[in-house]
Design a protein around this ligand. Structure first.
Ligand SMILES: [Mn+2]
Length: 391
């Protein structure tokens, strides 16, 4: 059967070749519409219609910023589904296009500003074995982090930090996936830059000590989306006493959870602080905490209110609006950010209008803008910030 089908295909292509030789090429599309760019609703869905290469299969591919999907959700405590987060983020980004990417607020188009941005596809992790999947995330992320960059001069002009090896490494924006993926990501990032600070937007602290976390019944179960920052602290991936949460509002087993959080190196901004002190206070508190060192911005979409972002695994009432959060993100321009992630987007709980996915994809645009605007040179020098008490 196979051989007769192949023979038929050969014959048909031979006839095609003959026909091609005898007739002028018919190409009415290119006669009239050659070079028409894709519209927001047409084309194969990469993030923001960016070029797409499956970077893991092409280790020589160069870029300055990679979008990398990590479709892992095998370590969640409530609703699963964040494995579809990378798909949803790409779908939610369809109205973003490189040729219409200029921000009037930040005065930059991060898609055309000089850093080459590529959609690197996904790390195809196993859904059946979380321990192996976490190893796969580390391997995939680390591989992409060691791809060559395109524009070293631009990275230098923007005062972007080199790795401890003296080389420039691309910046990766990870598209999760549940929050557990940040453990192998911090593992790979800290190998390049040393221990990093973290700005963590979330309704939950995610530093829970697995010894007191419900459901932690084995070594493998100890590593989940509520405990990964505790493991990152224990393994030395994050710098002591230099990270901060923003948007916290969940319930705790008791004060011991908050003591553990301080032990893990975190300060905390409560969701309600935004009403008492405002966006500028939050921004100053974050910047004072982080200073000029290499920092990872980790954004769990549940930091936003479920009325704004219903599509998440552990929703909590009383969250920030997308407008409030984006103002805070804009205020972080100039920090020495070496990696970003957006996690816990679970599109099965989204509206038909994709409101969560659109909000989350817009935050990826803000991340790109932070990178495109570079590191504030002042922030790489010793700088005195106001303490919280002075504000
Ligand atoms: Mn989280």
């Amino acid at each position: 059967m196979y051989s007769s089908v192949s023979a038929l295909l050969c014959l048909s292509s031979a006839i095609g070749a003959l026909a091609h030789g005898n007739h002028a090429k018919v190409d009415p599309w290119n006669d009239d519409y050659a070079g028409t760019p894709d519209l927001s609703f047409s084309g194969v869905t990469s993030f923001a219609h960016l070029p797409h290469v499956k970077c893991l299969d092409k280790p020589d591919t160069a870029f300055d910023i990679a979008l990398l999907g990590v479709p892992f959700d095998s370590a969640v405590s409530f609703r699963p589904g964040a494995r579809f987060g990378p798909y949803a983020l790409r779908s939610g980004s369809r109205r973003q296009r490189p040729d219409r990417g200029y921000s009037s607020r930040l005065e930059v188009n991060p898609y055309t500003s000089g850093l080459y941005v590529l959609d690197c596809g996904d790390v195809p992790v196993t859904p059946f074995d979380p321990a192996t999947a976490i190893k796969q995330v580390k391997a995939g992320y680390k591989s992409v982090l060691h791809h060559p960059v395109v524009n070293e001069e631009e990275m230098k002009r923007l005062h972007m930090q080199k790795g401890l090896d003296g080389e420039y490494h691309p910046r990766i924006i990870a598209l999760g996936g549940d929050h557990t993926i940040v453990l192998p990501i911090l593992d790979a990032v800290s190998e390049v830059y040393g221990p990093v600070s973290v700005i963590h937007f979330d309704a939950h602290i995610d530093t829970w000590n697995p010894n007191r976390y419900v459901g932690s019944v084995s070594l493998q179960a100890d590593v989940n989306h509520g405990t990964f920052f505790w493991h990152a602290y224990e393994k030395g991936f994050i710098k002591g006493n230099s990270s901060i949460h923003a948007g916290i509002r969940t319930r705790f087993a008791g004060p011991q959870d908050l003591d553990d959080d301080v032990t893990a190196g975190f300060d905390l901004i409560h969701t309600f602080d935004i009403d008492d002190y405002g966006v500028d206070w939050i921004s100053e508190k974050i910047k004072a905490r982080i200073g000029n060192g290499p920092v990872v911005i980790s954004l769990d979409v549940d930091v936003m209110d479920p009325s704004i972002v219903p599509a998440t695994g552990t929703p909590e009432s009383g969250g920030w609006t997308s407008r409030e959060l984006r103002r805070i993100l804009h205020s972080l321009v100039g920090l020495n950010v070496v990696a970003f992630d957006v996690v816990e987007l679970s599109p099965a709980y989204d509206t038909q209008g994709e409101i969560s996915a659109i909000a989350a994809a817009d935050m990826v645009y803000d991340f790109l803008s932070i990178l495109a605007l570079g590191v504030d040179q002042e922030s790489t020098e010793e700088k005195t910030y106001h303490t919280v008490d002075e504000l």
